[in-house]
Design a protein around this ligand. Structure first.
Ligand SMILES: [Zn+2]
Length: 367
């Protein structure tokens, strides 16, 4: 009996000492766990090719502006062709940039043979515990944002794409609106969002004050659901890309988890399609200001943050000539596009490679 008690006592003592050792280990490593967060910013300038970059860099110099990302320490280029064309559309390009695989023009995250659903990096990271934010200057159901949460054989199935947004579980969405929120004989996207615990706000302030974990910010009724106004025509009531980037960072950091945040400058492409040079510069400048917001976050969290800035394809076939610029196309081209990177893991983004390689480079940083 005495022996048994003694051995029990010894066992108890051993546990105590083990607990103590574990506590010390925990205390030693807990700050490391806390600081080992990962923050990924993925900026996509839709249609922002080397021609537009040359033009905008020249314009910035002329106006005394700076485009912050052009000074990032790492630069590279990506090829942009889709599975079925040398000239990609934004849906196939978003698939490559999000899921790391090529598909045919017009399709989102479905393999060219229609047999496989492709998984966007946003979903992979969400499953690993990251919070996810998606922001754009066009509608949330448009090709580039949709590439980060939806699968579709047709990029224009806006209602079906928006339905997938409502069940994505991602924490933050901001954009101009939804193109087909309630087609006849369907359940409204707004009801689906509510059913899935999303709070839909129509002002930055309302969204900032929302206590929900999951938030959607869109423009108020009466504004064009397809796009935010061009930067150069905005009034005080219009959202800007830097504003929604700042809001997204606030919302995502409040969740105290690592995060992945995709921000699209969607109107760079639209201005280039219409060969509008002033509007184009305004969009690129606003895109740069949004990146500057992320850059300020990076400066506070340098060891945990990676910022990638790239494009899905080139639009407009822009060349600089002696008298200014010339648009050679009203459509996309197959030209390579630039990549800029800063932060942890940025060194992997130099050189010329395919757009399908970006996701694996980001995942290298995450794992
Ligand atoms: Zn386009």
């Amino acid at each position: 009996m005495g022996y048994k008690l003694q051995s029990l006592h010894i066992t108890h003592y051993k546990h105590k000492s083990l607990n103590l050792k574990l506590s010390i280990l925990f205390l030693l490593f807990f700050p490391v766990f806390l600081s080992a967060q990962k923050y990924i910013f993925y900026f996509i300038g839709d249609g922002f090719g080397v021609g537009a970059l040359t033009y905008c860099e020249n314009m910035a110099k002329e106006k005394g502006d700076t485009l912050c990302f052009t000074q990032f320490p790492v630069t590279g280029f990506i090829t942009t062709h889709s599975a079925d064309s040398l000239v990609t559309c934004s849906a196939a390009a978003a698939t490559a940039l999000a899921s790391g695989e090529k598909t045919n023009n017009g399709m989102l995250n479905i393999s060219p043979d229609l047999k496989r659903k492709l998984t966007p990096i946003s979903k992979t990271l969400h499953q690993q515990g990251f919070s996810v934010g998606i922001a754009t200057s066009v509608s949330l159901d448009h090709a580039t944002p949709a590439g980060f949460y939806a699968h579709s054989t047709s990029r224009t199935d806006y209602y079906d794409i928006a339905k997938q947004l409502a069940v994505s579980g991602f924490e933050f969405f901001a954009g101009s609106g939804f193109r087909q929120p309630e087609p006849a004989r369907t359940v409204s996207i707004f009801k689906l969002l509510k059913d899935n615990q999303y709070t839909v706000s129509t002002s930055i302030r309302q969204c900032a004050e929302s206590q929900s974990i999951k938030n959607v910010l869109i423009q108020p009724q009466g504004k064009n659901v397809k796009q935010l106004p061009y930067a150069i025509y905005k009034d005080k009531t219009d959202f800007t890309l830097p504003q929604i980037t700042r809001l997204g960072i606030e919302k995502l950091t409040a969740l105290e988890k690592p995060f992945f945040f995709m921000v699209e400058g969607g109107l760079i492409d639209w201005a280039a399609h219409d060969n509008l040079s002033k509007e184009l510069y305004g969009e690129v400048k606003e895109f740069s200001e949004a990146i500057e917001v992320a850059l300020n976050f990076y400066k506070q969290n340098a060891d945990e943050t990676l910022i990638i800035v790239t494009a899905d394809h080139e639009t407009g076939g822009i060349i600089t000539v002696s008298k200014g610029i010339r648009f050679n196309s009203k459509d996309h081209t197959g030209n390579i596009v630039p990549v800029f990177a800063i932060g942890k893991g940025a060194e992997n983004f130099s050189g010329l490679y395919d757009n399908t390689h970006i996701t694996s480079k980001i995942l290298q940083f995450c794992n």
